[in-house]
Each structure stands twice: as C-alpha cells, then as structure tokens.
Design a protein around this ligand. Sequence first.
Ligand code: SF4
Ligand code: MG
Length: 295
Amino acid sequence: MAISLDSNGPGVQDYYCGTECTWCDGCGDYGIMAAVKRALVELKIHPHEVALCFDIGCHGNASDKMLGYRIHGLHGRIIPFAAGAKLANPNMPVIAFGGDGASFSEGVNHLVHGIRSHYPMTFVMHNNANYGLTKGQASSVTWQNQPMNISPNGIPEDTLQSMEFIFSLQPTFVARSWSGDIPQMTRVLKAAIQHRGFAFVDILQACPTYNKFTSHEWLLEHCFDANEKGHDPSDLEAAKKVAFDTTDRVGCGILYQNEDHPTFYERLKPREGVKTTAVEEVKITDVSGLMKEFI
Ligand code: SF4
Ligand code: MG
C-alpha cells in the first residue's frame, strides 16, 4: 500500500472535528474512533490522504466527528463505495466502517463479495450486536435468548456464527478486538491498514444503552490478546480455533493474515503494467461538438 510518508506526520489533533458528539455516555464508539485516529497518526497518514467511508448506524455519526475525506453512505452499501474509491485511486488508504446489522443483514452480500474479491481496503465492523441507532432491535449476531426491545422473549432465529461465516469466504486478514482496549485496537488497525488485501476487523463494541449482555465489564473480563498468548496469525487452522471458540473467553488480536494472496487489482488483466491510476487518467473532455448534434 502506498502511503505518503511525511516525516513530520500528523498529530491526533489534526483529526479533531468540533462537531458535537451524539453518542450515549459510555458508548464504545468513542474508544474505536480514538484508536482509528491513533492508528492513522502512527502510520503518518494525514486527514487529506485517507478516505473514511461510513455506513448507516450509530458509528456512522463519526463521519462528522473526525476529519478526513469522508462519505456517509446508504445502509449496508458502504463496501462497494469504498472498493470503488480504492480501485480508482489505489495509492489512497481506504477504510470502511459498518455495523453488525448492516454487515450481516442489509449489506451481507457486499461483505461476501468484498472479501472474495480481495479488494485492497480495510473494513472495520462496529459489532455491538444490535441495531443501536433504531433503538436496540436484535441483529443476526444478538444472542438468541437475549430479550431486546422488540423481541422481549429473544429472537426465534439462530444466531449467526459470524466468524465461521467470515472464514468460509477465504479471507486474507481477520482480526478481532474490543472497544475498551485502545492500544490493541490501534495495533490491529495499523496492521489492517497496511495489509495488501481486504482486511476484516471485528470490533466488539460496548453499547450500554441497548446491549445488556456484552457490557464493557463483560468484554473486559472475557477478551484476551491471543497474540500475546503466542497465537501465530499465519496458521489458518489455529486462527479458526481461536476465532470460533468463544465459549469461555474471546480471543482477540490479529487472528489470521496471509500476505501472499493476490489482490483484486493484481488479478485485473486490463491493468497489468499500467503505471497510472484511474483518477490520473480521467481527463476533461470537450463534449460541446457532440451536444450540437442534439440542438
Ligand atoms: Fe452507542 Fe449504543 Fe448509544 Fe448507539 S445506542 S450511541 S451504539 S451506546
Ligand atoms: Mg449494531
């Protein structure tokens, strides 16, 4: 990934935006966005050098709470937008953000094709296991017997085994972290941004207003850093074991990374040997002669 390295680099204050925060007190979004800023600053990426693409959801309100080239998209549709931006300008780091609702329901098709296409971009999933913006409905990853606002008896559907689903798509980067561990999120996000292909980052997010089952305290107690315990992200079978088995504790960190798989661009025959980017190839075309034919 080409990143413009300015030896001076930005500071966290360069990402500051004065728009008032509307997140609830104690929302995990505060920690996640702090880690995103820290990761970008530590990689010396300035706000004008990065595309930040937000889906609909509580997290999406970050689109006016930090600087950068920002887009706030349609529900579930942020991955194709972000992929298009990246393919148009492969020199630009592109980070897309989505919730568990949009990622595993409305936009699940885009997540499938984002991963299998190996678009060279980062996808950060704010996983608070509910639809927080619309007042706490169950998502497909809400625990089955968990009473929620419009499903007080729990949901009748099975809970989606999200990591089994993700690994079935043959990803090249899978990480998991949680919203109270800013140093771990920063480390994971830096690796994700520098990854050559599609980086999937699942961040378990505290939502104290509507998620009463995986509270900040629960996450603090159950999450552990698998890399610190010796987990090797190049070992696919070990990665699946850590990712799938959350019975007692939840393994976090960089779970799996494969840098050898070609990315979408590298397999795109028409771009072979082309040194310019699509945005550099766009020219202003005089269409006045053409228009005269219709006058
Ligand atoms: Fe955060 Fe939940 Fe409040 Fe949304 S509803 S702002 S996710 S605490
Ligand atoms: Mg959610």
